[in-house]
Design a protein around this ligand. Structure first.
Ligand SMILES: [Zn+2]
Length: 294
């Protein structure tokens, strides 16, 4: 009964967030974050890639299989790789649909450019096809992030991992729903860009991009309204900078990998998985997105 009640409370809270059409009527970066932020992030970061190793055919992590089948794809079309970076003893298992616009090298590079602490919030990075552009989703109770289409920009990877930072596997305790964050939002006069105006969860993820850039380079691209999001950015940096945003240290507290299963799927299993994914779309507060960016 207690569990049921807490679930209901979570759903109501998230729905209430979704109802707020606009948080602010000013944007710090009216053309979006990609243009001002990606060049600096690309120039000053590199992925400490050590090796990558493809899995043999026939096997896939359950988390990847759920996404592939849930989105109408065949798990046999997945390319599964272990990717090892020099700053973490444990490799990450990536899954890529054979027709995804992102190559495995793109995925390993964009993901690897994030700090090891940010990467440690993610269980499986997943890439699926999209006919044009890029959108992305974060499964914040399990740590998976899914890129659809051409999502090479580091800002997108930081944004999705920012959703994981917000939740840290407990979406009912999102930092973006806490009183200090909401008070900081109240005191600020802008959102980073128009997408951040979607709701407080999307706003938090875009402020992560700003805070990450500032942590790394010691400044941020010029805002249309200087200082207009400083309360949120300052709070985010005070709370998470040393544990997550700094480009130092080693990986810790990573989510366990999902179990290894066969890529073969019976019709009955497929039907069940598709039905579960359908029910999740738009209803499950653990699933954030699809996020798409100006
Ligand atoms: Zn998002």
């Amino acid at each position: 009964m207690i569990n049921l009640f807490s679930k209901i409370v979570t759903v109501i809270a998230v729905t209430a967030v979704g109802v707020l059409a606009e948080l602010k009527n000013k944007t710090a970066y009216p053309d979006g974050l990609s243009g001002p932020f990606n060049p600096g992030l690309t120039n000053y970061t590199e992925a400490p890639l050590q090796w990558f190793n493809p899995w043999g055919a026939g096997w896939i992590p359950q988390g990847c299989k759920d996404r592939f089948i849930g989105k109408g794809y065949d798990a046999n079309d997945a390319e599964v790789f272990n990717i090892k970076y020099s700053d973490c003893d444990r490799a990450w298992t990536f899954c890529r649909h054979k027709d995804a616009q992102l190559s495995i090298e793109d995925m390993a590079d964009s993901f690897g450019r994030m700090s090891v602490h940010m990467r440690s919030l993610v269980r499986h990075p997943i890439a699926l096809p999209k006919s044009s552009g890029c959108s992305a989703q974060a499964y914040t109770n399990i740590g998976d992030i899914v890129m659809y289409g051409n999502c090479k920009g580091i800002t997108v990877w930081l944004h999705e991992t920012g959703h994981q930072l917000d939740s840290r596997l407990k979406p009912s305790n999102r930092f973006s729903g806490t009183t200090p964050w909401l008070q900081a939002l109240e005191r600020d006069s802008c959102v980073p860009d128009s997408y951040a105006n979607t709701n407080t969860v999307e706003d938090f993820a875009q402020v992560v991009v700003v805070a990450q850039f500032n942590t790394l380079l010691g400044y941020k691209p010029e805002e249309a309204f200087p200082g207009c999001l400083d309360h949120r950015q300052g709070l985010l940096e005070r709370t998470f900078q040393s544990d997550y945003l700094e480009y130092i240290g080693r990986c810790s507290n990573r989510p366990e990998d999902s179990k290894i299963v066969s890529t073969e799927t019976t019709k009955r299993e497929r039907m069940k998985m598709m039905k579960r994914a359908k029910a999740q779309e738009g209803n499950d507060p653990n699933v954030v997105g699809p996020c798409s960016f100006p």
